[in-house]
Design a protein. Structure first.
Length: 314
């Protein structure tokens, strides 16, 4: 069969119901299969009737489509950019999360704001929304987090869920993390993956745990991607493992680039792919640097030195 005939057959398949063959015209609208993009149906009955014939190829195509999404390089990590300086938030620094607006602020912008307030003798406020900073964790939860959670703020829900999890209240943690994940919170997906894998408050379910881990990785969480790489390596699916490590390394994930070094030494990664991963990792890390962040890091080291010195002399 010629290429033209194959293309014509594909076009006909896209225009006709895969079960009864009726064409998509006028008031007859076709919908794609729920799990793949290979066929269309004019009704739920036709889809059900065609299932025995289509099921096998549908599952294969569904796996292919999932992998296309899973192994797509995210544009940035799950942290995104600082909303003040618009530079990528670094993975290896604990950028403060402000409960008043549920924003991660880089340490450089947070330090610059603290310095300005100190010099001008101003009240301590959030660098982003300028709300007064709570004096205690309890005040932060009551004044900000709980109110924001009631308004369906996924970050606030995740933080409240974390508190309940740490206190051993797994049921409430699961409830908050599930809602946060439904609203798109990446770290909530990551937390749920561990709940399902460990059976904390829920019945152990490897399939659900893997789903949430993959959702977190797809959304740019490097730790989730790294864990997927370890799982694939344990199952000796090294090609998939390497893909995960390269994607995480390109986001600036230190553990992944170190693991890739071991894979390269073991002959599992080509010289070209390893060199590209090194360049990607370096570029991602460099993109997070700025004079303000360097100043903040220097001040943190100085304060740590002071604390250590004072503590050692007492």
């Amino acid at each position: 069969m010629s290429a033209d005939n194959v293309e014509a057959n594909v076009e006909v398949a896209e225009m006709c119901c895969a079960s009864c063959g009726i064409a998509e015209v006028d008031d007859i609208k076709l919908k794609e299969c729920d799990d793949c993009d290979l066929v269309k149906y004019c009704s739920d009955k036709c889809q059900q009737d065609h299932l025995p014939q289509h099921e096998s190829v549908c599952k294969e195509r569904a796996v292919e489509l999932r992998d296309e999404i899973l192994f797509r390089q995210p544009e940035s990590s799950h942290l995104g950019d600082c909303p003040i300086c618009f530079l990528p938030l670094p993975l290896n620094q604990k950028s403060p999360l402000y409960s008043c607006c549920s924003k991660w602020i880089c340490n450089g912008c947070a330090y610059a704001n603290q310095k300005r307030e100190l010099e001008e003798k101003l009240q301590e406020t959030c660098p982003f929304c300028r709300s007064p900073l709570p004096k205690t964790d309890e005040e932060a939860e009551i004044k900000y987090s709980m109110k924001r959670a009631k308004r369906n703020d996924p970050v606030a829900m995740r933080q409240i869920g974390k508190k309940h999890y740490n206190n051993g209240d797994y049921d409430t943690a699961f409830e908050h993390w599930t809602k946060a994940a439904e609203l798109g919170d990446v770290e909530a997906h990551y937390n749920l993956s561990f709940m399902y894998q460990k059976g904390d408050g829920v019945e152990k379910d490897e399939k659900k745990g893997l789903y949430h881990l993959e959702e977190a990785a797809i959304a740019g969480l490097p730790d989730a991607r790294y864990n997927l790489a370890l799982k694939e390596g344990k199952n000796e699916r090294f090609d998939r493992s390497i893909k995960h490590l390269i994607i995480a390394a390109n986001l600036g994930h230190d553990e992944s680039i170190q693991q890739l070094k071991k894979c390269y030494a073991g002959g599992l990664v080509s010289k070209e792919d390893f060199a590209a991963a090194l360049r990607g990792h370096h570029a991602a890390v460099e993109a997070t640097k700025s004079p303000k962040r360097d100043a903040a890091e220097a001040m943190e080291k100085f304060r740590a030195y002071q604390h250590q010195t004072i503590g050692g002399n007492t």
